[in-house]
Design a protein around this ligand. Structure first.
Ligand code: HEC
Length: 143
């Protein structure tokens, strides 16, 4: 019989080195190519300008997987780490709350629950973020 030679510290090191232990998907934010979407400029829109736009939905699907799924779950099905974004209001109320969170993140008592995602503090353009919002609409469920 083979003897197990892996020590506890080795196992621990492997666990700590593996982001998959904590969440699904990638850890590093990914730049998103928004070619094909109307540029929006730096001024934030109150409402999603791409709602129902098939190009935005496709871009948003991948952008979500690369940037948000590690906390909010693959296909936005939350594993409990962060809110289930399928339950976000589908209308302008949801747009407002979405914008609030992706621009400001969620920080309480100095603890970062969600980092800022919108440029210039975060990695993603307004275009990329509204694309994600457009995709979220397509997987929304009634609460
Ligand atoms: C590091 C983990 C993490 C990542 C990555 C992350 N979020 Fe969050 N998000 C959270 C947590 C935790 C909350 C709940 C914050 C709170 O407790 O107030 C949250 C809240 C939200 C909310 C408000 C939901 C609600 O029901 O109140 C939205 C919208 C949101 N996130 C969108 C996104 C989007 C879009 C991305 C990717 C661009 C993203 N998040 C990436 C952790 C994360």
């Amino acid at each position: 019989m083979m003897k197990m030679t892996i020590g506890v510290s080795t196992l621990l090191a492997a666990l700590l080195a593996s982001p998959a232990v904590f969440a699904h998907g990638d850890v590093v934010p990914h730049a998103v190519d928004t070619t094909g979407l109307d540029p929006l400029g730096p001024e934030w829109r109150d409402e999603n300008p791409y709602r129902g736009n098939p190009t935005a939905i496709e871009i948003g699907k991948h952008a979500f997987a690369a940037n948000c799924a590690r906390c909010h779950g693959i296909d936005a099905i939350s594993g409990g780490i962060a809110p289930d974004l399928r339950k976000l209001d589908k209308g302008s109320l949801g747009d407002e709350w979405f914008q609030e969170r992706v621009r400001n993140g969620a920080v309480r008592n100095g603890a970062v629950y969600m980092p800022k995602f919108a440029e210039p503090d975060g990695p993603l353009s307004q275009e990329a973020l509204w694309a994600i919002r457009s995709w979220l609409d397509t997987v929304a469920i009634d609460q």
